[in-house]
Design a protein around this ligand. Structure first.
Ligand SMILES: *Cc1c(COP(=O)(O)O)cnc(C)c1O
Length: 369
């Protein structure tokens, strides 16, 4: 068969093949299997349901995949690859959970952490010679900064070092870190891959079979296995990822421009905007600009909170990557006070863009009166 497109792969992969089998992989709620076959106890030997998810995402990332209980479990398994005293390099704007995981391990003396701005390409290139783990995220959550992954992934690294990219915001459809030279691409499948705000799951992708085996061993020993229902829902979500992302991304491009012209908006951060500092780099390594926007509301934190209270179609909620648009003021979260106080992070969904504009417009006006 010729090399099928990602859209067709998402729809067709990970399905049972035996005559008489259901078209969809069923949720297999099994901890234990009869001995003599390929599976024994599922924490170590997996279930057909998780494996369908791994098959689907691994191939899209052009490697193999290990599915986890959550994105954080996936990230923790990458940090679990490190020896004591390892040098970690982290973006200064980074998913807060990963930033806290790294800081906790630093306090406990497990590893040392250096923090570099993602857009400081020279800094990353210089750090590559010393680091045991280069952890990148691009575009970043929530400031939408862009790392020059092409340049950073290509630079020679210390032998045995790992370069990992949190690819959650981009999805495997618009950015392929392994192809750019990263060792690991990680996803919170709770976001775009699941796509419906109804599950927690994570995925780590890699090409090296020994690395994949080590990640699987880490999952087995930490017991960070995906739930059966969650894996089944993530497979169901993945079937429509291409369609959802295409629509959400189209909406986001239009909304970003619309927000930029809005009198109550001070700054819009979206890598697809021509005046975004990372636009050219993003265009060179991504097949689209994604569906996440951050924007600063005029009038400070109170005005931004009022916008959140007044949206109706858009849901005032954390998290992202779902069919429904969600929005929140990130600096309102504990540990996030360093962010711009009136920054709202908007995860653009698949609703009518005209309706989203109308909703934002009425909320922005209501907030200023
Ligand atoms: C949500 C998220 C995570 C953590 O994933 P969970 O599934 O919530 O554990 C990691 N990185 C990014 C960029 C995220 O948005």
């Amino acid at each position: 068969m010729h090399h099928i497109s990602p859209e067709s792969w998402l729809v067709s992969a990970g399905r049972p093949e035996e005559p008489g089998a259901p078209l969809n992989v069923p949720p297999v709620p099994a901890s234990n299997f009869l001995l003599g076959g390929e599976r024994e106890y599922s924490r170590g030997s997996g279930t057909p349901t998780w494996e369908a998810l791994e098959t689907i995402v691994g191939h899209l990332e052009e490697g193999g995949a290990v599915a986890f209980a959550s994105g954080m479990a996936a990230a923790a398994s990458v940090f679990d690859q490190l020896d004591t005293g390892a040098q970690v390099v982290l973006p200064d704007d980074c998913y807060h959970g990963v930033a806290e995981l790294a800081a906790d391990g630093e306090r406990k003396g497990r590893w040392r952490v250096a923090r570099i701005a993602v857009e400081d390409t020279a800094g990353w290139l210089a750090a590559a010679a010393e680091a045991d783990l280069l952890w990148l995220e691009s575009p970043t959550n929530p400031l939408l900064k862009v790392a020059d992954l092409k340049a950073i992934c290509a630079v020679p690294r210390k032998p045995g070092a790992l370069l990992a990219v949190d690819n959650t915001f981009a999805t495997p459809l618009i950015q392929k870190p392994l192809e750019l030279g990263a060792d690991i691409s990680m996803h919170s499948a709770s976001k775009f891959i699941g796509g419906h705000s109804d599950l927690l799951a994570g995925i780590v992708c890699a090409r090296d079979s020994e690395r994949l085996a080590a990640l699987r061993r880490s999952r087995t020993l930490a017991g960070a296995t995906p739930g059966t229902l969650e894996a089944w829902l993530a497979v169901r979500g993945a079937r429509t990822l291409a369609l959802r992302l295409e629509r959400a991304q189209q909406n986001a491009g239009r909304l970003a421009t619309w927000l930029q012209r809005h009198p109550r908006v001070e700054q819009v951060r979206y890598p697809g905007l021509p005046d975004h500092p990372g636009q050219a780099v993003a265009a060179g390594q991504m097949a689209g600009f994604g569906s996440m926007i951050s924007y600063d509301v005029a009038g400070g934190a109170d005005a931004a909170d009022a916008v959140c209270r007044n949206v109706r179609l858009i849901r005032h909620a954390s998290s992202l990557g779902a069919v429904e648009s969600t929005m929140e003021r990130r600096a309102a979260n504990a540990g996030q006070e360093h962010l711009p106080p009136s920054l709202l992070r908007l995860s653009v969904g698949i609703e009518s863009c005209t309706d989203l504009e109308a909703d934002l417009d009425q909320a922005l006006h209501a907030a200023s009166t």
